[in-house]
Design a protein around this ligand. Structure first.
Ligand code: HMG
Length: 384
């Protein structure tokens, strides 16, 4: 039975900051941020947006009434959770009008969470072929003002429906994975912002890619010519380039040039949005699907979550994939965002809603939003 991604949608916040303006405000050469890091814009969420509202927005962009009836599993991958007990998946039940007979939960392993969700969903559908699964990656990447990680922040959500006879990407069920206890990046429960050993994290990422690529070749007698495209977890767009570069000289120049060209198509959206943490690989997939992909291409996808878990797996783009993706809606959403000044971004960064906050719906620019904090419980609404 063929199983994989049947639909995919994305939500990004409606505000962004310009990376050249950020560089100037931080007294950094803008080329460091645009070339050295590889970013142009960074999505900035409003205080009434969080992983729940962004997840609802991305899922709402792809779910039909028929999909909802067929759902048996809902997984939200996130490392920006808003509650230590209740999962963000539970909040989505009424926001999205989902039927009750769904197994739902939240999954965390840094940026690997959505891939864990996707592979779990594939197993679920293989056991329940008439059912569908909804996997949502939703995160706010925050390192703090004036930190080295600030330029690698971002926010957004990617939603995917997994089913049999998928219309976007069939997963070939070929996969290798690994886990090591590594201190490259962490966020203790007391902290809103992440801590990172930045340069060390880059090294671990590249090492995981190289180790997994060796494992994949050994396990499946694979060569690079089996794939037309490599997609990477993209915390910032230079990161995937660093991993890809390790293949230079080991594969033909023509193949390396082709993979580099395809990688450039996969990072277009990330350059504009920044790090989605667990959604980053899947924003890259969407970017590639919209900007360059051809039917029947074989993709190799590298998922990495600090801490650290990595997985390298393959998929095949399905004929007619372009008809299932709301290309014009996604491009419009990216184009219609509003730029925010660095001063306003810094001010908003400090805003944190306290118990008793009631949000004025007139000031909201998102279909789903945090409406109130009452008795320390976060309550959500959908704009009428
Ligand atoms: P930094 O110390 O500010 O930057 O930190 P740098 O000095 O290393 O410079 C960055 C690049 O800019 C270098 O290029 C410089 O040469 C270049 P590279 O050697 O890397 O190719 N550069 C210039 N280029 C052009 N013109 C100039 C110029 N000046 C310098 N004038 C760092 C950068 C990424 C470490 C920092 O932003 C950081 O700590 N980010 C957060 C951690 C991170 O993103 N790590 C990625 C791997 S771990 C991961 O992917 C998981 C993650 O998503 C979390 C999760 O799993 O949940 C993060």
């Amino acid at each position: 039975m063929d199983i994989g991604i049947d639909k995919i949608g994305v939500y990004v916040p409606k505000n962004y900051i310009d990376i050249v303006e950020l560089a100037k405000a931080r007294d950094v050469d803008p080329n460091k941020f645009t070339i050295g890091i590889g970013q142009d814009k960074q999505a900035v969420p409003q205080p009434y947006e969080d992983v729940v509202t962004m997840a609802a927005n991305s899922a709402d962009s792809i779910l039909t009434t028929e999909d909802k009836k067929a759902l048996g599993l809902l997984i939200v991958g996130t490392e920006s959770s808003i509650d230590e007990s209740k999962s963000s998946a539970a909040f989505l039940m009424d926001l999205l009008d989902l039927p009750e007979d769904i197994r739902s939960f939240e999954i965390k392993q840094a940026c690997y969470g959505a891939t864990a969700g996707l592979q779990t969903a594939v197993d679920f559908v293989s056991q329940n072929p008439d059912k569908k699964a909804l996997v949502i990656a939703s995160d706010i990447a925050r390192y703090g003002i004036k930190t080295p990680g600030e330029v690698t922040q971002g926010a957004g959500s990617v939603a995917m429906i997994v089913s049999q006879n998928p219309r976007v990407l069939k997963l070939t069920r070929k996969s290798v994975y690994m886990t090591r206890n590594v201190g490259d990046f962490w966020r203790p429960t007391f902290s809103k912002t992440a801590f990172a050993r930045g340069k060390f994290s880059n090294e671990v990422y590249v090492d995981f890619f190289n180790t997994l690529w060796k494992k994949y070749q050994d396990k499946y007698s694979a060569t690079i010519d089996d794939f037309s495209t490599l997609l990477f977890h993209i915390p910032y767009t230079k990161m995937g380039t660093k991993a890809l570069r390790t293949l230079e000289g080991k594969i033909s120049d023509v193949k390396y040039a082709k993979l580099t060209e395809h990688y450039q198509a996969s990072i277009k959206f990330s350059r504009e949005v920044g790090n989605l943490y667990t959604g980053s690989l899947y924003l890259g997939l969407l970017s590639y699907l919209i900007n360059a992909a051809q039917a029947n291409e074989e993709l190799l996808l590298f998922s990495y979550g600090s801490g650290a878990v990595g997985e390298l797996y393959s998929g095949e783009i399905q004929a007619g994939f372009d008809k299932v993706i709301d290309q014009s809606g996604i491009l419009e959403m990216l184009d219609n965002r509003q730029k925010m000044s660095i001063a306003d971004y810094e001010k908003m960064y400090q805003v944190e809603y306290q118990d008793g906050t009631i949000v004025d719906p007139q000031a909201v620019n998102s279909k789903f939003y945090l409406s109130e904090i009452k008795e320390n419980e976060r309550l959500y609404k959908k704009l009428k």
